[in-house]
Design a protein around this ligand. Sequence first.
Ligand code: C2E
Ligand code: MG
Ligand code: MG
Ligand code: MG
Length: 285
Amino acid sequence: RAKAAGGNRYELADADSDARAIARHDLTNCLPAALDNGEFFIEYQPLVRLHDGTVRGAEALVRWLHPVHGVLGPDQFIPLAESTGLIVPLGRWVLQEAARQARAWRAEGTCEGPMRVNVNLSPSQLRHPSLVADTVAVLDSSGLDPSALCLEVTENALIGADEEELRPLRQLADLGVDIALDDFGTGYSNLSYLRRLPVSTLKLDRSFTRGMQRAPADPVDVKIVEGIVSLAHTLDLSVTVEGVETGTQAEHLRVLGCDTAQGWYYARPGPPERLHTLSLVDAAS
Ligand code: C2E
Ligand code: MG
Ligand code: MG
Ligand code: MG
């Protein structure tokens, strides 16, 4: 019996991993058509200035409305797009669409002061020879000011990059595009390396702020964030915190000197129209 049960378990596990492989294979196969069919859409999550609570911009987060599986999150398809190279045209589409949206927000006066948009770049987009030309073309066609665009790159995508590899980012930074180091603190870059990067913002990973969700805050997390903020400000970098889920957390991070926050406490990612309502609420309060 034990053997039969074991055999059964093995079979189930096997069938299960087959199902996963088929799904992955399936998703990979329909990725290119999905782009042509307009199955991708973007949700925006507001970025809020901590000291006065005003909306300063939003991060563009891509989703896939799959005809069979429903809405898929980026964790389910970005790695596939990355390994098949589709990330380059997909990323170009996200950039184009987000820039168009940001330009529209600006024209509508969606928030007081200049509204900005953050777009994530994957490692292969970063290494693609047309990154600078594509970005310039998008800025030109949308009429968006370069300073209204922030490109987010992960710390891990930049580790070990030499001057040559950093040149495209530096060119974009010289044009006035803001570069943010995403998921900061989760990689293994040494801190002195930061000085060499053309970045203007650190996006502190959510793992550092989880311990501040409720009072009393985790004293070690407080010290770490304090240290990072002081280092960042010394290097003239601004600090954005992601994953802010409670008011307690927001207040801690404000007191610690973080500049900008993003998280469910303010708003989940949502359709572009939502930004309008949010900033009206802000303006009214
Ligand atoms: P990320 O850039 O670090 O984005 C933040 C993620 O945290 C988003 O997940 C967001 O929905 C989630 N989040 C925001 N606030 C909270 C909160 O308060 N609590 C918690 N628990 N989570 C929160 P999402 O949308 O699933 O995106 C996952 C990752 O996929 C992103 O991480 C980014 O690396 C990648 N991604 C998203 N859109 C794109 C894209 O257009 N291109 C590329 N290359 N990558 C993208
Ligand atoms: Mg990001
Ligand atoms: Mg992030
Ligand atoms: Mg993250």
